[in-house]
Design a protein around this ligand. Structure first.
Ligand code: DNO
Length: 403
């Protein structure tokens, strides 16, 4: 596999020369300054590609070319936005960038409630607490129907037995303070969304209002409808992917559970089978995010890797630990539910038409001073470097064993 790293552009505090020093071969990035819904021009793409190449690296993967909400809910300007998407794909291919990651999660990209959850060893990790998320939904967002939905919430078999999330959220409400509310909004809406080119930005004055406006667009859109909209999107862009040999790869829903009353359609093996079969074109593929998938107790991540490796165009190596109560945290890259050693074996064996399959370590621990550097949530330097070194060791061992 090709060792890649998510880099957030020229403003990233982690520079390309630092990445050269730690064995990175390819860069995963996006044109983060282009507003959502605008074409990525060939000149802009070339400028960034040449910059990356001037450091002896290559632009391996786009993460993400965002699919705007109107395409997801099927709004009136969907056709115009599809044309924008196709044009950006053509421009990327013309500059030699052929692997493009996107997601089809409505409104929120990924979600966590705590970005610096302390571990016993002094490091910290990202964390998802159901009770805090429910509290956010009911008491801060005040979403219509939230109480009823959380009252009916059931964990998958084997975890969270006997837990009553609504009661826990109500308990939490007694002790929350305006400061902690603010922190939760920062964690769920601002700090995790802004830098991934999502719908929310650091300087949004009324993020919750915007949240409600976006949620309203999905009224009446159920899982089947969102799946049809994804199929519509894929069918609209596949001719360009065929013409330009672009591998498009959807990122799974993170976490892989329906949230905020919104449908989620890329969270289980069945979901993945569905979209791969609905548009059976090899250019329609998956970003195998082991971290997102392993946060679902019902997902057998190794079995999924075996099944979906032939349609996987990009891999995120990360692993989650699910606590008996159902909450999850991000585990060490050598621990957790995802079995990254086995996954490396599976993906190393997979031949890929564009050369070695790109992988990146996904979120790492925050450690050894990372917390004071202002890195994007989950995207520490030392923590990710540590994980990258672990994965390099695994890959080297596998290569050695296969000789
Ligand atoms: C979070 C990321 C996601 C991912 C997008 C892909 O850390 O894994 O934001 O990049 O969902 O479109």
């Amino acid at each position: 596999m090709e060792k890649t790293w998510r880099w957030f552009g020229k403003k990233d505090k982690i520079t390309l020369s630092m990445l050269r020093q730690i064995g990175v071969e390819g860069i995963v990035t996006a044109l983060h300054d282009v507003p959502l819904g605008e074409v990525w021009t060939r000149e802009q793409i070339r400028d960034l590609r040449e910059y990356i190449e001037s450091y002896g690296l290559r632009w391996s993967v786009v993460e993400s070319l965002p699919v705007t909400e109107t395409i997801k809910y099927g709004g009136p300007d969907r056709e115009q936005q599809l044309e924008v998407y196709r044009q950006s794909l053509r421009n990327l291919a013309a500059e030699g960038v052929n692997t493009v990651c996107y997601n089809f999660m409505p409104v929120l990209d990924w979600a966590r409630t705590d970005l610096l959850h302390p571990n016993e060893d002094g490091t910290s990790n990202l964390y998802f607490s159901y009770a805090e998320f429910a509290y956010f939904d009911i008491n801060i967002l005040k979403r219509k129907g939230a109480r009823e939905e959380w009252a009916a919430f059931r964990f998958p078999e084997g975890v969270g037995e006997g837990r009553d999330i609504l009661a826990e959220a109500d308990e939490l409400a007694k002790e929350m303070t305006p400061e902690r509310d603010h922190q939760l909004v920062e964690n769920i809406v601002i700090k995790t969304q802004g830098f991934v080119s999502g719908n929310f930005h650091e300087d949004d004055e009324a993020p919750l209002e915007l949240f409600h406006q976006l949620l309203a667009k999905y009224e009446g859109i159920d899982k089947a409808q969102l799946q049809q909209n994804m199929k519509y999107f894929l069918e609209a862009v596949m001719p360009v992917c065929d013409e330009c040999d672009i591998n498009l790869c959807v990122h799974p829903d993170d976490p892989p559970i329906p949230i905020l009353g919104l449908p989620r359609i890329v969270r289980t093996a069945e979901d993945i089978r569905w979209f791969l079969n609905a548009v059976p074109n090899p250019h329609n593929g998956l970003t195998f995010c082991a971290g997102s998938l392993s946060a679902g107790a019902y997902n057998d991540v190794v079995a999924m890797a075996r099944e979906f490796a032939p349609r996987t165009h990009f891999v995120h190596l990360r692993s989650c630990h699910i606590f008996p109560n159902g909450d999850f945290t991000e585990a060490s890259h050598l621990g957790g539910r995802a079995d990254l050693v086995e996954l490396c074996k599976i993906f190393e064996r997979q031949r890929h038409p564009h050369g070695p399959l790109p992988f990146r370590v996904d979120h790492g621990k925050t450690m050894l001073g990372d917390e004071t550097r202002g890195y994007n949530a989950g995207y520490s330097f030392l923590g990710r470097m540590f994980a990258m070194a672990q994965m390099q060791g695994v890959l080297a061992t596998l290569a050695h064993e296969s000789h």
